[in-house]
Design a protein. Sequence first.
Length: 601
Amino acid sequence: MPAGPARTAAPSPARRRPLPVRPPVLAVAVPAAVMLVLGLWGLDRGTMWRDESATFQIARRSLPEIGHALGTVDAVHGLYYLLMHAVLAVRDDELALRLPSVAASAATAGLVGALGCRLARPRVGLWAGLLYATTPFVSHYAQEARSYALVAAGAALATWLLVRAVDHGSAGRWAGYGAVAAGTALLHEFAVLLLAAHAVTLLASRVPWRTWRAWGCAAAGCCLALLPLVIVSRAQSAQVSWIRTPGRREAEALLYAFAGPGEPVLTVTLVLAGISLLAPVASRGRRVLSAARSFSRPGAIPRTPGPRSAPRPRTPDGPGAGARSMSASAVGELVLRVSGARSRAASRLVRPLRAGVPVSLNAVAVPLAVVPPVLLFGAAQFQPLFLDRYLLFCLAGVPLLAAAGADRVLTALAALKALPAFRALPAVPALRPPGPRVGRRAVAVAGALAVVAAFACQLPAQRRERLPVSRGDELAPVAALVGRLAGPGDAVLFLPLHERRVALAYPRDFTGLRDLTLARSPAASGTLFGEEVTAGALRDRLAGLPRGSRVWVVQDTATVGTRWFRAQRAEYAKTTVLDGLCEEGASVFVRGGAVTLRIRR
């Protein structure tokens, strides 16, 4: 009787393993999360400074009032003010004022990671994004209510879209690139210099003519969209007349801001960036390696090409031959790996770190970090417009270069395990590299730990960025002083005109006070600080006050009494009228200004 089929136990349902998070996702998400945490750390400094007060008071106006103001002042920040108008409509305080910059900086850190992934490998993206997130210069503008962090995010996104469009170009991708580039330039018109950096990227990558044509159309559309803003802002150039011609000091300050405020971090960053730059073009690594490998044969020294009549003597074997072989092989392999001598076209300026990508990391990062600063620095010799904050969008190139250089070094060190000299060292397990999987993880962790060490070196600078002293001035202490000293029915006068920003930023402390010099409010006049009465009208207003009335003079101590102040006839006339009709009382000084009591005679 045939045996029936054997019964087997039903297999128990296998436990589903959670899907591992892909390295590119981590390379984008981790830097963005770190930047978000650093941006929220100490976000409430307790005070605005003058630039933030301009954002606060203009963004709170109605849309017609904002349009009126942009026709006379700050047109370059017009799009940003419109965005902030929507934000402050939900909540109008200092935290809400700075949150868009925090979010934009987090997005930029993630985009830097995405660029590193696309142009090299996930660990390069992870390191570059973390380096960007932990730079104090980035934290400064991540916590400031101005447009610069948003410009940096737009520039990083435009750069990523450029790489993507060059890789697989289509009309839609180029249109997206042009739209983002135009929006970024409208946030701040100096961001148009990004197009010059991208042009150098395409030139170094030797892209075909059809790519140039598509990029040219996108760039032309960006410039056309920016043209009206350039015309309007050109008529408002008096706003930046205080900027001086840049020199060596400004160039060094920008270098320290980009590569690290401290000497150790600056040195390491520049060395790693240099390795990244030199790696693709050094073809001598193969010659060095072949010479080094010849040392690995005990008792042999490579011959130098020359006359046959002068042969080199052979070196006898000895106890130190193995050590010499290991040293020479290690040095040769290290030079080969670091120099990137695998490239078949060593004469090219750059080559991709990742196969199949038509542009290299160096071709993207170097122009981004160098071209806009050089162009703006050169133009500023004729029209002084050079400030480091205008170039925040270029900083992303520096961590990309440093991360690529670190990847070259660590890859070279990990590659030493393939040398015969290392295989002959079983007694020293610490010198033997781990397996491939463990090695890759160890390299990624080592790079992340290096970023942590860099952050630790810059921790004092990071802490300082969270203090009010990190900004140019403080308005809240001045306003609080007025609120504590003044009483209902008192009068207030601002020296100079722009010191009215204290009352515009913190109006509650000025409730019940009469502004002696105000003729038209800032919103009605379409200006930042309003329009003031003449010296004659001020004299009449002061004369109409009862004897013994108190007038609180809010002064900007950085300008009152200076040569600039004495050259302003309207401002100097106000002090003359005050001296003629009021007695001077006590003055109280705080950081950001002073409050002086004047009593009507």
